[in-house]
Design a binder for this molecule. Structure first.
Ligand code: ATP
Length: 223
């Protein structure tokens, strides 16, 4: 059996008649960062959504920790979802504006029927470099970088093995990007997380990724 964290074979994603991802294959090892790079519209986000089974692929295989996901029903996927978490580009858009940060961070655990203690939430905020007192705030009371850190804390709540990072620093001020990337690198070192890292910025990709897969028009052109 393969010891890959993620093994994607011949992935095809369609929107109606349009093919957004055209027979894409790749593997990701535990603790590794694979970047998906390429111009706007080449199929990076569609690949990410299909890996997470948030958009069901038209064909192909997505094997996560040895388990083929594409044939599973939504109830069958439920116990697997906590282990593969997304972090999206827009930190404000991915946190509900009405909820305090502490509730946003605790929500994935509550969805699983768990009852996180205030100390557990404070520990998660501390883990991403946020003062636990920020748990009382709402997203609009945080900077973009702080909000993205809260989004990362939320993703970490379920103790995932894979983070799918879709342009996680692209909307951030260049001066705070490095801080968030350093945080992600530290978390990977400490927790052994695998990262599927979607990013159109080649300089960031070169610095951050172990391997780079280049896409054009839904296909892999290198990597
Ligand atoms: N929900 C959708 N409905 C129809 N077409 C879509 C949808 N989402 C994406 N597409 C199309 O699929 C193709 C791939 O889009 P995708 O967002 O995956 O690319 P991308 O490389 O992530 O681009 P970007 O960097 O701009 O996010 C594009 O032609 C896009 O217009």
């Amino acid at each position: 059996m393969s010891d890959a964290l993620l093994d994607v074979r011949d992935l095809v994603v369609r929107y109606g008649d349009a093919t957004a991802v055209d027979h894409v294959s790749f593997t990701l090892a535990p603790g590794e960062t694979l970047a998906l790079n390429g111009p706007s519209g080449c199929g990076k986000s569609s690949t990410a959504l299909a890996v997470l089974q948030l958009r069901r692929p038209a064909s192909g295989e997505v094997r996560f920790e040895g388990q083929e996901l594409t044939t599973l029903s939504e109830p069958e996927l439920r116990p697997i979802r906590p282990r593969m978490q997304p972090v999206f580009q827009d930190p404000y858009g991915s946190l509900s504006p009405r909820h305090r940060i502490r509730d946003a961070v605790a929500e994935p655990l509550r969805i699983q029927g768990r009852r996180p203690t205030p100390d557990q939430v404070a520990e998660l905020l501390d883990r991403v470099g946020l003062d636990p007192a920020y748990g009382d705030r709402r997203p609009h009371e945080l900077s973009g970088g702080q909000c993205q850190r809260a989004g990362i804390a939320r993703a970490l709540a379920c103790e995932p093995h894979l983070l799918v990072l879709d342009e996680p620093v692209s909307s951030l001020d260049p001066s705070i990007r490095a801080g968030v990337l350093n945080l992600l690198a530290d978390l990977q070192d400490d927790l052994g997380l695998g990262y599927l890292f979607i990013c159109h910025d080649r300089a960031v990709v070169r610095r951050f990724a172990d391997r780079v897969m280049e896409m054009r028009d839904g296909r892999v052109i290198s990597g």
